[in-house]
Write a protein that binds this ligand. Structure first.
Ligand code: NAP
Ligand code: MG
Length: 497
């Protein structure tokens, strides 16, 4: 393996994790892919392949599903009390908290994201989520139900784990997207086969080490690294999988739905977005400019809820755009593992080409470049934070998900027009409204078609708050009580008295 210069920025624990030979985690054992093959993962700040992981295949998925099945049906997991399960889930949260600096370093070198965002955003959220979900283990209840039957009956519901879950996650928040699925599944008593994205496979393997250290029974949690079109499709189509949970693009989401038909497995989908931010002239502009800049530039815009379309009231548009240009230019650009970095590279050459291509298309279709648009440096996939103004609803950059640091700005004069344009999308994941008028803020929040809406803030996530999409942004809600509902089945029991 070539040595990436950014490896020197990692602490000793992350460096020794990277140096270790990687294996799949199946049935509580660390095993190579059946084929013995591996593939490389790249540091997007230096374009250097710095580690290799097993290239899993459908035969490895078969092994992992079999392990998850027997852990679900027969093992100590199946008969464990909710209280004991809660202690394990809590302990896993503790271990993530203990190793948070190191996990953030691994994520930062593998994905390119700024270490500080990984540490205090992604990883901090993950240990909170495990701790939050640990509380649910002992509170998964049915209800007693009143029947209309003339005969005397006692009826009640039971809630039981859905079974073996295939979980397929993307690269943008690789550890966090995995944990969003793993935490409620474990809390519910399910077993798991996880497939991380090929660009960022490392933190899922670190998570498996922590699952083992926490003391989960063998086979409860399994990881198969590999490609979507082999490992992913095998998992989504597998007759031994009861539920598939997917986060990724809407395009692949459709394939997951199709693959899941074979055994009518349960499906939950967190898909793409094209979220609007609506700024009224009466907003606190200092606060708004900072929130809008973070709404689009956080994680280099590789965020499903990224605020990619800004609708700003004409009277303050120039001031807001000037403020955003200033924010864009003041971000400190550098490699993810550098603790001072505020804005890192995009995840891959492919993603760089895709985002740069959108910027070109936007300009060709008549948008104006207010800042950015160019590559930064000559090594690594760095694209400057970019703002396009004078955009209109017909433009490709306004309609399609870019998944990069590109803000599309349009002006409005009337609230009605702003709401109409904000909702003019096939997606409905998130949105935000900025105003000092509380009534207007709540009114617009109620009218925006999205699963998560911010008032005077953009990204709103919390372990207790349901998260998911309207329209083509997905099916189901993660986090909160809704996440437990995603991983459990309801059974009705009637007793003739
Ligand atoms: P992607 O191409 O859809 O990939 C997501 C995952 O699915 C990866 O692990 C991928 O494997 C796998 N996959 C690919 N093809 C598959 C198939 N035919 N069957 C089963 N699995 C398959 O998405 P991405 O480029 O990684 O991530 C960007 C997208 O994710 C954006 O559209 C973004 O909006 C969305 N996203 C949504 C949310 C949300 O919560 N709504 C959160 C984050 C990201 P590989 O390893 O081969 O890539
Ligand atoms: Mg990588």
């Amino acid at each position: 393996m070539t040595k990436s210069a950014t490896l020197d920025l990692l602490g000793p624990d992350a460096r020794s994790f990277v140096a270790k030979e990687k294996r799949l985690y199946i049935g509580g054992a660390w095993v190579p892919a059946a084929s013995g093959e591996t593939f490389e993962t790249i540091d997007p700040a230096t374009e250097v392949a710095f580690d290799r992981v097993p290239l899993g295949a459908p035969v490895d998925v078969d092994r992992a599903v079999a392990a998850a099945r027997s852990a679900f049906e027969e093992g100590p997991w199946a008969s464990m009390t909710p209280g004991d399960r809660s202690k394990l889930v809590w302990r896993l949260g503790d271990l993530i908290e203990k190793h948070a600096d190191e996990i953030a370093e691994i994520e930062a070198i593998d994905n390119g994201k700024p270490w500080a965002q990984a540490r205090f955003g992604d990883i901090a959220f993950c240990h909170e989520l495990f701790h939050y979900m640990a509380g649910w283990c002992t509170k998964i209840n049915g209800e007693t139900i009143t029947l209309s039957s003339p005969a005397p009956f006692h009826a009640y519901t039971l809630r039981s784990p859905v079974g073996v879950c295939g979980q397929i996650v993307p690269w943008n928040f690789s550890f966090m997207m995995a944990v969003w699925k793993v935490a409620p599944a474990l809390a519910s008593g399910c077993t798991i086969v996880l497939k991380p994205a090929k660009q960022t496979p490392l933190t899922a393997l670190r998570l498996a080490e922590l699952v083992e250290e926490a003391g989960f029974p063998k086979g409860v949690f399994n990881v198969v690294t590999g490609y979507g079109d082999t490992v992913g499709t095998a998992l989504a189509a597998h007759p031994g999988v009861d539920k598939v949970a997917f986060t990724g693009s809407t395009e692949v989401g459709r394939k997951i739905m199709a693959a899941a038909q074979g055994n009518i497995k349960k499906v939950s989908l967190e898909l793409g977005g094209k979220s609007p931010m609506v700024v009224f002239a009466d907003a606190d502009l200092d606060l708004t400019i900072k929130a809008v800049a973070s709404g689009i530039f956080y994680n280099m815009g590789q965020v499903c809820t990224a605020g990619t379309r800004l609708y700003v009231e004409d009277a303050v548009a120039d001031e807001v755009i000037d403020g955003l240009i200033h924010e864009a230019k003041s971000l400190k650009i550098g490699p993810g593992p550098d603790r001072e970095t505020q804005f890192g590279p995009l995840v891959s050459a492919e993603q760089f080409a895709r985002v740069a291509g959108y910027v070109e298309t936007g300009l060709a279709e008549g948008a104006k470049l207010a800042t950015g648009g160019e590559r930064v440096g000559n090594r690594g996939y760095f694209l400057a934070p970019t703002i396009l103004t004078e955009t209109n609803p017909e433009m490709t950059v306004v309609r399609e998900e870019i998944f990069g640091p590109v803000l599309c700005v349009a002006r409005f004069r009337e609230e009605e027009a702003a709401v109409r344009e904000a909702n003019n999308s096939i997606y409905g994941l998130a949105g935000s409204v900025f105003t000092r008028d509380l009534s207007r803020g709540l009114r617009v929040a109620a009218r925006l078609k999205g699963g998560t809406i911010g008032v005077n803030t953009h990204h709103v996530v919390d372990p207790a708050l349901p998260f998911g999409g309207f329209k083509q942004s997905g099916w189901g809600r993660e986090m909160g009580r809704e996440a437990i509902e995603l991983y459990t089945e309801v059974k009705s029991v009637g007793v003739a008295l």
